[in-house]
Design a protein around this ligand. Sequence first.
Ligand code: PMP
Length: 388
Amino acid sequence: MNPIFRDMPTTIFEATSARARATGAVNLGQGFPDGPRNETVIAAAAAALHERSNQYPPSGGLPELRAAVARWYGRQQGLALDPDGIVVTSGATEALAASLLALIAPGDEVLLFEPLYDAYLPLVLRAGGTPRPVRLTLPSGRIDRAQLAASIGPRTRLCVVNDPLNPLGTRAAEADLAFLAEVCIAHDIIAICDEVWEALVYDGAAHRSLMSFPGMEERTVKIGSAGKIFGLTGWKVGWMCAASPLARVLAKAHQFLTFTTPPNLQWAIAEGLDSQDAWIATACREHQSSRDFLTEGLAAIGLAVLPSAATYFVTVDLRASGITIPDTQFCELIIDHARVAAIPVSAFYAGAPETHLVRFCFAKERATLAAALSGLAEALAVPGLLRD
Ligand code: PMP
């Protein structure tokens, strides 16, 4: 048995959702939305099951979907991608696994920015890489340039960049992306860019990929997820985009992981990417207003909320809220006493974690968010329970 997996706990998301189901708590833990539902895309998937092929699609993905992904990035982000450099995967998770397995040679060092999405560390280790964690400055999510420079050595081959960032909901500053691009070029580093939250950026901002910086096109793997774009997280349709020579290597790792992804879902996402720009923009505005509702509600009950520029998440700063217990204990207590599940941000660190931040998912019905807020208000009012 491999000790990386044998000794690892179940993911915090799975464990928290299970606990929320068992206790009847409002689940603001795992990042899945209550809505809106895209009926066009769902109907297209249902129709394709009956009317189109249910046999293995090409391993790289249906040509219709690869072309639609390229067109969508052209319209949304001004990128000129070659569909031949796009490989469809079973979610962004598989794209991450395939990229890391394909690009890490044993002993290669991989830069990871903390707080980090939980899949990165075990995948880097299992692929034989040596993780080099670099801490982002809190709460801004800015890159500490001196720390980054000190983490680079002759074996550094890759960096994993999550922008927008789960858990904090921050977006990388343009100047940080420009700096990262310079670093990647100077040290011959390939950037694996996990951009699954690219369609959920708020306040009129536009996502810009590291791939679009000069010299980065041939050294970037850009990963996306239809699960996030259409709020269909259970579908697990994702992709990785890279210059053709890199994409050919990625495709070889993908062919022995899942080989392919259900064809009806691929047709439906192709149709959605080509026809649903207006729906995607409206969904984004609805999530932004849920963000505002939860942010204002949390502030009104005395919790300090960090600004969220993207994703489905807002972060509460316990320390700034006058709460001294660690995030894990806070999350345990609010499941039992507020009937609310949330995620401790300490779960997103490879080394000694920050323990004063808690992540809440706002992509829920207003009534659900209101129920969570009143449960939290009750728990906060109990003397000595959450605050001294
Ligand atoms: N990367 C990040 C940063 C995520 O937040 C998620 C989903 N929560 C994923 C990857 C996984 O995406 P998928 O469901 O498409 O596998």
